[in-house]
Design a protein around this ligand. Structure first.
Ligand SMILES: C[S@@+](CC[C@H](N)C(=O)[O-])C[C@H]1O[C@@H](n2cnc3c(N)ncnc32)[C@H](O)[C@@H]1O
Length: 288
């Protein structure tokens, strides 16, 4: 970035072009979000202050952010923020950045007919986005949120504190259902999970933003991507109340295998696969 007197609009234009030259997807949006983050202004406020000069104290850190974005650090790790279910979540490289399609898991539970306060288990909570947004929307509900990554759980706990719902959520670390053995009578109305489901061999096909920055443990699940989903389907029923529900996300090529796995398990009475906004079967709701 050349040395000169910079104004907000010049900076946005220069950075968008620079990002575009480096094949950064959504160059203008990223430029605006990063500058807004640094100047502590929303994108709307930036638009209202296009002529405002930007001084050296902000230009130096902005150059650093630009360099990191060109090295493909995801914007959410640079701003440490991601919105999910209209709530603001802290994120960093310890956790997967919550995806918009995962909001459908939360919406499915919130719009289901429920009988009194629900008890839920969020397996692989990551940033805690699912558990925290459910707790915020349903203050009477109790949740257990688990993750194999203690580093991720620390982030989830921080987010629950920010949204003042730590009394509703018990955080436990460990492999899948192993940590809930410590809870007496641990039966749930809902088990919800956005598991890792990418095949190891697909690593090179991922965007560098994902592949080089998001935690491997949050992305990959063995040679066929089904290592966690297979165990989830097999083990969930013994932790559900009668008529309890297992709700989870799958990869867009996994629907047929998941149907076969559910058909083969005697505990599931009904199930259906739901499409995401891109019309792919990405959501599984199964009842015991
Ligand atoms: C795809 S991320 C989902 C994170 C968060 N629930 C979300 O939707 O944004 C999967 C999460 O599962 C956790 N995980 C992976 N393997 C696990 C296992 N065997 N037991 C428990 N958690 C696991 C990862 O650490 C990661 O946080």
């Amino acid at each position: 970035m050349p040395y000169k007197m910079w104004r907000v609009l010049d900076l946005i234009r220069w950075t968008s072009e620079y990002f575009a030259q480096h094949a950064i997807p959504n160059p203008r949006l990223d430029a605006e979000v990063l500058l807004g983050h640094l100047l502590e202004k929303s994108r709307l406020q930036l638009y209202l202050h296009f002529e405002m000069p930007v001084f050296q104290e902000h230009l130096t850190p902005f150059r650093e952010l630009i360099k990191k974005r060109v090295a493909r650090t995801p914007v959410s790790y640079l701003t440490n923020r991601k919105e999910f279910m209209s709530l603001d979540f802290y994120v960093d490289e310890r956790v997967l950045i919550p995806r918009p399609e995962t909001e459908q898991l939360v919406e499915t539970i919130l719009t289901a007919q429920t009988d009194g306060p629900q008890r839920l288990l969020d397996v692989g909570t990551g940033s805690g986005a699912i558990a925290t947004s459910l707790a915020v929307h349903q203050p009477e509900w109790q949740l257990v949120a688990t993750d194999i990554s203690e580093a991720a759980l620390a982030v989830a706990q921080q987010n629950a504190e920010t949204h003042e719902c730590t009394e509703q959520i018990t955080f436990l670390s460990g492999d899948l259902f192993e940590p809930i053995q410590a809870i007496e009578n641990a039966k749930f109305d809902w088990i919800v999970c956005n598991p890792p489901y990418i095949k190891k061999a697909e690593r090179d096909t991922l965007s560098p933003d994902v592949r080089d920055y998001e935690p491997d443990v949050a992305l990959f699940a063995g040679d066929d991507g089904l290592a966690i989903i297979r165990r989830l389907i097999a083990e969930a029923p013994e932790h559900l109340v009668p008529n309890g529900k297992l709700l989870f996300e799958i990869g867009d090529t996994q629907a047929d295998t998941v149907r076969t796995l559910l058909d083969a398990h005697p505990a599931y009475c009904t199930y259906n696969l739901r499409k995401d906004y891109a019309q792919k079967e990405r959501l599984v709701l199964a009842s015991v």
